[in-house]
Write a protein that binds this ligand. Structure first.
Ligand SMILES: Nc1ncnc2c1ncn2[C@@H]1O[C@H](COP(=O)(O)OP(=O)(O)OP(=O)(O)O)[C@@H](O)[C@H]1O
Length: 578
């Protein structure tokens, strides 16, 4: 296909709305002469390449007997429709380069054209169902003998409704290989071109019969703009921007049709690590994400439970977690549902290899098996692993690399606005039951609870409520019913005092301080033996459900690091006997 030298033109809007649906560009008669090739020559008609940076569109300036001259367009200007502008990333007023381009009669034809069809927001909805095959035929009739590129977008009118169509995929059949070096991929629409119509889910799917839809990763009705409301209804407060960031980075590639993702070479994220201090909502987020997504019911695995259940059992248990995803991938390929596997407290089963000893030798085997399942012989694209931990530094680094659990999101304790939302969520039932006294000022409580975790706030509300119930009992109401109980600001103040001193005693609060302290102490121990002692201590604490125990140990080690070595054997024995 030949082309000549280029000239700069200013992009303007079409002068009539009809022009928008022709996929042609228009200029004044003078400029048209500059590009004129005898209209009697065609078809195929002379085209104009319009390019901006590396992007190109091939639009006809002369289309058979219909000249594309428009006296209302000023000299040096060229009119395009808004979809052309999107294809080229230009705005009206920008300058672009124009080239004459006359496709030879043996130009490359489009074999299959896959288009995404969306109803324009201002257009009237079709009144009756239409067939995708009919839309395809009309598309060919309208754009017959026009050249399309990979990212070409056009406006298309059919039966009184207007659509924006974007090219998702162009297949050139037997010319595919010889033309593969041409960028962008381009070809001419012919009568034999097959048009495959795709529609976004939840829109035209019910109106264009037979159109292909891709299954949206988000549940029906989900909308990023109402994310905060959705999260509140799921009982999550103060997390809107973190959640938006997670959804975007974890599922961005799954928001587009698989064919487009393939063309753009988008790689799916297959795993995410949520880490942060206890009670910061890691488990809550991991489980809630699935409520927004179109996924299979998530498999939830609690690290310590797995460790116990797997004692003496083969790595086959880990393999079994991935079995359903494997079968689905084999059967449905890119159209398989997404399988989410949540590993809560993953640090207990995926510790750094080579460090563990004693009965922990099996950790290495579990980590190896996990690695194999995530990106081993067969890469599953339909899995998404969510791992949670308080102790990121304990996890085997190989698991956290690209292509594995590669997205790492740190959760913090909520700020004042977040605390207010969490308090509001947790007092919702009380308000609805008229149990919450009018003097309760949640804003003041949010202010007083700086450094409290989401879980501390949840238990604060429960505690205030129990004080109210006890007080109602003391007033002689042996069996206080709901209407007798009023939770007042005083109950909350007592609960705040309570919670603060309890958390201080257990060393769990102030929140971030504790984590920083632990991290600091862990960093001081570089020898593998010392690290192992701490791992074992942590596991004993977990089995005893007593995090204060681990805190106390850490604190004492800070005083006397020598005793670490001595305690190693004692600890192993203790753990063996638990
Ligand atoms: N952002 C939040 N909004 C509402 N509630 C929260 C939030 N964060 C925590 N909570 C409350 O705290 C409880 C415990 O949170 P979760 O178990 O998710 O924390 P975690 O970070 O996984 O803690 P751990 O590390 O101890 O397992 C939740 O069930 C919920 O009641």
């Amino acid at each position: 296909m030949a082309s000549s030298s280029s000239a700069p033109f200013v992009v303007v809007e079409h002068t009539t709305s009809e022009q928008c649906f022709t996929n042609l560009c228009y200029c004044c008669p003078d400029d048209l002469n500059q590009f004129a090739v005898s209209p009697r020559r065609g078809p195929p008609w002379p085209f104009t390449i319009i390019q901006k940076k590396k992007k190109k569109l091939y639009l006809a300036l002369l289309n058979g007997k219909n000249s594309t001259e428009d006296e209302k367009v000023a000299k040096g200007h060229i009119s395009l429709n808004p979809e052309h502008c999107k294809s080229l990333d230009v705005s009206f007023g920008d300058t672009i380069l124009l080239q004459v381009f006359a496709p030879p009669s043996n130009g490359v034809d489009v074999n299959v054209l896959r288009i995404m069809v969306e109803l324009l927001p201002e257009s009237s909805t079709p009144t009756q169902m239409i067939m995708a095959s009919t839309v395809g035929r009309e598309f060919i009739k309208t754009f017959y003998h026009q050249v399309f590129t990979e990212y070409h977008r056009v406006l298309f009118a059919y039966k009184g409704s207007s659509y924006a169509c974007s090219v998702v995929e162009i297949s050139l059949g037997e010319n595919e290989e010889s033309e593969s070096r041409r960028s962008p991929k381009q070809g001419m629409i012919r009568k034999r071109t097959k048009v495959i119509v795709e529609v976004p889910p939840q829109s035209l799917g019910t109106l264009i019969h037979g159109a292909e839809t891709f299954k949206n990763i988000f549940r029906e009705g989900f909308n990023m703009e109402s994310l905060e409301e959705d999260l509140i209804s799921l009982g999550i407060g103060g997390m809107t921007s973190k959640f938006a960031q997670i959804l975007q980075s974890a599922f961005g590639s799954r928001m587009v049709p698989p064919s487009l993702a393939k063309r753009l070479n988008l790689k799916h994220v297959r795993g995410m690590l949520l880490y942060g201090p206890p009670g910061s909502g890691k488990t809550l987020i991991a489980r809630s994400i699935c409520k927004l997504l179109n996924t299979k019911e998530p498999l939830i695995i609690n690290g310590p439970d797995v460790l116990n259940a797997f004692q003496g059992v083969s790595e086959g248990k880990i393999r079994s977690l991935f079995k359903a995803a494997n079968e689905d991938e084999n059967r449905y390929g890119a159209k398989s549902d997404l399988h989410v596997i949540i590993f809560d407290e993953i640090d207990s089963i995926a510790k750094k290899r080579g460090v563990a000893m004693g009965q922990y030798h099996m950790d290495d085997r579990l980590v190896n098996q996990l690695l194999t399942m995530i990106d081993g012989m067969k890469v599953l694209n339909n899995i998404f692993i969510i791992a949670t931990t308080n102790r990121k530094e304990l996890i085997d680094e190989a698991l956290l690399r690209e292509g594995r659990i590669e997205l790492h999101v740190k959760l913090e304790y909520p700020d004042e606005r977040g605390r207010l939302q969490i308090l509001d969520i947790n007092t919702r039932n009380m308000r609805q039951a008229f149990v919450l006294d009018e003097d309760v000022n949640l804003q003041d409580i949010a202010c007083m609870t700086d450094g409290c975790s989401g879980s501390a706030l949840a238990s604060l509300v429960t505690r205030a409520h129990s004080y109210a119930v006890v007080q109602a009992g003391e007033r002689g109401l042996m069996k206080p019913v709901k209407k007798d109980v009023k939770v007042t600001m005083n109950h909350f103040l007592r609960a705040i005092e309570d919670i603060k001193s309890r958390l201080q005693e257990s060393g769990l609060e102030p929140s971030s301080f504790r984590m920083e302290k632990e991290e600091m102490i862990l960093q001081q121990f570089s020898s593998s033996n010392l690290t192992e002692v701490l791992h074992i201590q942590q596991d004993i604490a977990r089995l005893k459900k007593d995090s204060a125990y681990f805190q106390a140990t850490l604190a004492s080690y800070k005083e006397d690091t020598v005793k670490l070595e001595k305690e190693l054997e004692t600890l192993r024995c203790a753990l063996d006997h638990m």
